[in-house]
Design a protein around this ligand. Sequence first.
Ligand SMILES: Cc1cc2nc3c(=O)[nH]c(=O)nc-3n(C[C@H](O)[C@H](O)[C@H](O)COP(=O)(O)OP(=O)(O)OC[C@H]3O[C@@H](n4cnc5c(N)ncnc54)[C@H](O)[C@@H]3O)c2cc1C
Length: 487
Amino acid sequence: MIFLHTLIIGGGFGGLTAAALLAKTGHDVTLVEASSEWGGCAGKFRRRDTLFPVGATLGMGFERGGLHERVLRLLGKKVPVRLLDEVMTIHFPSGSIPYYRDREKHLASLCDCFPHAASRIRAFYSELRAIAASIRRLMKPLPALPPKTAGEWAYLFSSLRPEHIKLAPFGRKTLMDRLCAHGLEKETAFVRLLDGQLIDSMQTTSRHVSYLMAATALDIYHEGAYYVEGGLYRAAEVLAESIRENGGAVKKNRRIVSIKRNSGWTAVDQRGNEYHAEHIIFNGAIQQLPSLTPELSGKHRVMAGTPTWVTHTLYLTLNNADLPLSFPLFQQISADSMSEGSHLFMSVSAPDDRLRAPEGKRTMTVSTHSSPDCWSSKKQYDAYKPALTEKMLSLIETVYPNFRKAILAAETGAPKAWERYTLRPGGFVGGFPQTAGHALFGSLSHRTGLPNLWVCGDSIFPGGGTIGATASGIHCARSIAPGLFEL
Ligand SMILES: Cc1cc2nc3c(=O)[nH]c(=O)nc-3n(C[C@H](O)[C@H](O)[C@H](O)COP(=O)(O)OP(=O)(O)OC[C@H]3O[C@@H](n4cnc5c(N)ncnc54)[C@H](O)[C@@H]3O)c2cc1C
């Protein structure tokens, strides 16, 4: 039996951040990870001389004051990143536009694209940006939502400024409510452009997404979006290194199979090793937790039974010489819907990124949202996988007709692969859609309601993405070690 203060289950961004902060404050921590890689959905895998990001590729929060930067600065660590002036190129049926980091340039290009709606688009963005800036100031001290203790309420109130009163009327609004208010709801191509951004970051589209969350998501790339040399896994590896340097233990290939409450908590891994800890932080998807402990109850239990999107991913090795001269690092292609191969997010390695591929080759990760219902029986699964792969490749060919010629090797990541490698039941990824009802005060707290059993990751407030998972890891660490670190 191993006795420790805090056991962290899972080496995704949430768990690694919580463990690194606790280790930095001198806590006795052990982090166990089921796989042989750090980073979970933002991890990597190798194939011969090439390396692929599993899922997450686009880095945010590395700018001065951004969340990853604040954590890395506190830990005294650095990750090599390249700031993108053109964050991505968005292809939609009637054309392509670059997404510029510069706010004014981006707005001007949108207005050029939709000249008849330019003044309404300007008014809409003027409101949206003011809202996003106000939320950023509110969230900077990282209040935990929904507040569960007097201390969390007090902290939230101390984060509030008079300007935040203006956010209240928008609290239950969707983005579509505001598009209607600005007379933009019938601008189908413009709305689709926004939906493409939202499905990837908020897991839902304008009709349902919380306006406050949408404003944040639609503005975040302007704060800074980054290409990470090698991939986001490098930030995860740096966090693991920091845990070790500060005296914590990190163990790969240890899958926790049960958690029991006694004088503290006892977790057991697949090899039968027992870890007795005062605190446990669980960083897997919330849907897994009931299989580890039957004690989970309340809203956490309800959400643990709630499916989310799954994804189908293509991992392609490309011959650089067969790619068009202009082939942006990050691209979205949208056709007639936002899922099932009609909307893709594509990330290709930089031509000079030798961590990803040798000279002349590049690696690319392409993903699409999919409904779990499309994969429910074995027969359906086996038929859908090649059909969806083909649909995705065909959509790429609508923009790059000779694309297949550049493919040297291809692999797919269907929901079962995601389940196997990230232990996400059903292959559920991305966290819960940030709808007006489920975002912010409607989110899941990092407090499970069970004493000293904490949860972090993209199922937990504030939600998906490496920044969201990191924020929930900070909330866990801050609850266990109040006042011991300041970001
Ligand atoms: C296709 C795709 C593309 C994405 N693109 C981006 C992007 O460009 N930018 C971005 O910021 N975000 C992106 N995201 C979202 C982002 O990857 C995730 O939201 C984030 O990485 C989730 O972090 P997490 O802390 O919740 O942990 P996870 O990444 O889910 O990691 C959890 C870890 O815990 C381990 N684990 C689980 N259960 C156990 C157990 N019982 N015992 C031991 N270990 C366990 C798992 O093996 C895993 O390594 C993308 C997601 C997907 C699916």
